[in-house]
Design a protein around this ligand. Structure first.
Ligand SMILES: NC(=O)c1ccc[n+]([C@@H]2O[C@H](COP(=O)([O-])OP(=O)(O)OC[C@H]3O[C@@H](n4cnc5c(N)ncnc54)[C@H](O)[C@@H]3O)[C@@H](O)[C@H]2O)c1
Length: 351
């Protein structure tokens, strides 16, 4: 499947298919690959055709999103006389993608980028929309730019049957379904943890998510118009839960928990006529997600992180709320009112 999008002045082609990495652009000698070292170990066969001198292996994880790694790769590119009209292709999840995106946007003032995301999360989220980021002094994504890849190549053979990886990505996927396109959640609900891998269902699921996210990015290429704010649903509370749990609760699950609380707040304030929690809980049940529990104390501890949320301006928090399946609106709410509502939601939903 091929789809094309226009983000600002950039054209982005998204190609999906099973096994497409093997017959793609690595035949082009002008491509330099930044690859997750885990993937090189896991998928040795897939990389055999690529000239080893064109591959730069990086460790996955937050530590690779650093100036140290950035310097290493830049040094390597320079030593190999990598030119401005060459292309950088990354193969990996969001961490490798964030590093490679920043490199491609700064090396010789910018070179072409091809994204080959290999985690479901990176296929439906981080490879899309052009944001990249390096961590600095313990602060996540403090350094970064906007740089869209010319192509996003989604090869589902990297993910097939990986139930755990799907569970981790479901937070962002269900978010797209609740806020932008209900057919995403309908597709999830008409399948289950086994059948989603049959008959190109997973490819369809990914493409619906690509469309949902890209439609938002097309309207707000540089996140200056408030339209991308919809992508923050579940993240105000979710990020705080992640922080309080010291990352014991992973991002995907924290977003799912955050969406439950934020849906309850939206319902209590009268913005939402249906009950998004029913959809969230049906999906987590069908996909056998063992949701971590959070108690009232954890939610209370998360308040201090919410007070520092970057979406707050003059004591007002601007957040998206679901209004009907697949639709949302953006509201302004005083931070102390949000906290009050969060406590009430916590009393109803937390153990
Ligand atoms: N730029 C953006 O718009 C954006 C958006 C969301 C998240 N992010 C960033 O993305 C990062 C998280 O990315 P992620 O969740 O993709 O994690 P990740 O890149 O750390 O990868 C997670 C693990 O999956 C492994 N892996 C990758 N592909 C695999 C495969 N096909 N089979 C088996 N294992 C595989 C990796 O080796 C790694 O151990 C964070 O740093 C976050 O800040 C960026």
């Amino acid at each position: 499947m091929i789809s094309e999008y226009k983000i600002g002045n950039d054209s982005v082609k998204v190609v999906t298919g099973n096994g497409i990495f093997s017959d793609l652009s690595h035949k082009d000698p002008g491509i330099f690959f930044i690859v997750s070292s885990n993937l090189l170990r896991l998928y040795t066969e897939k990389f055999k055709k690529i000239n080893a001198t064109k591959i730069f292996a990086v460790e996955d994880g937050e530590s690779s999103k650093s100036l140290h790694y950035y310097q290493n790769v830049i040094g390597e590119l320079a030593s190999k006389n990598f030119e401005r009209n060459n292309t950088i292709a990354y193969v990996g999840g969001g961490t490798v993608g964030d590093l490679a995106g920043f490199i491609s946007s700064t090396y010789k003032r910018g070179v072409n980028l091809i994204a080959i995301p290999t985690t479901i999360l990176s296929m439906v989220d981080s490879s899309l929309g052009g944001k990249n980021g390096l961590n600095f002094n313990g602060i996540k994504n403090l350094i970064g730019t906007f740089k869209n890849p010319s192509e996003v190549i989604i090869d589902t053979s990297f993910i097939s049957g990986n139930k755990k990886m799907l569970q981790e990505a479901l937070g962002e996927i269900v978010k797209h379904g609740l806020m932008l396109d209900n057919s995403i959640n309908e597709l999830l609900l008409s399948n289950d943890a086994s059948s989603i891998w049959n008959d190109k269902q997973i490819e369809k699921l990914i493409m619906l998510n690509v469309d949902a996210k890209m439609s938002v990015c097309e309207k707000d290429p540089f996140e200056t118009m408030g339209i991308r704010n919809v992508l923050n649903f579940g993240h105000t509370v979710g990020h705080a839960i992640e922080a309080v749990s010291l990352n014991r609760i992973s991002h995907g699950y924290a977003v799912m928990l955050g969406m439950r609380i934020e849906s309850e707040i939206a319902r209590n304030l009268g913005y939402t006529e249906y009950n998004p929690l029913e959809i969230i809980d049906d999906i987590t049940g069908k996909y056998e997600i063992n949701m971590p529990s959070i108690d009232a104390k954890m939610l209370e501890e998360s308040e201090k992180y919410i007070m520092n949320d970057k979406k707050i301006s003059s004591g007002i928090l601007r957040i998206p709320v679901p209004i009907e399946p697949g639709k949302h609106r953006i509201i302004d709410i005083k931070t102390d009112e949000f906290i009050k509502e969060m406590r009430k939601a916590g009393e109803r939903l937390c153990s």
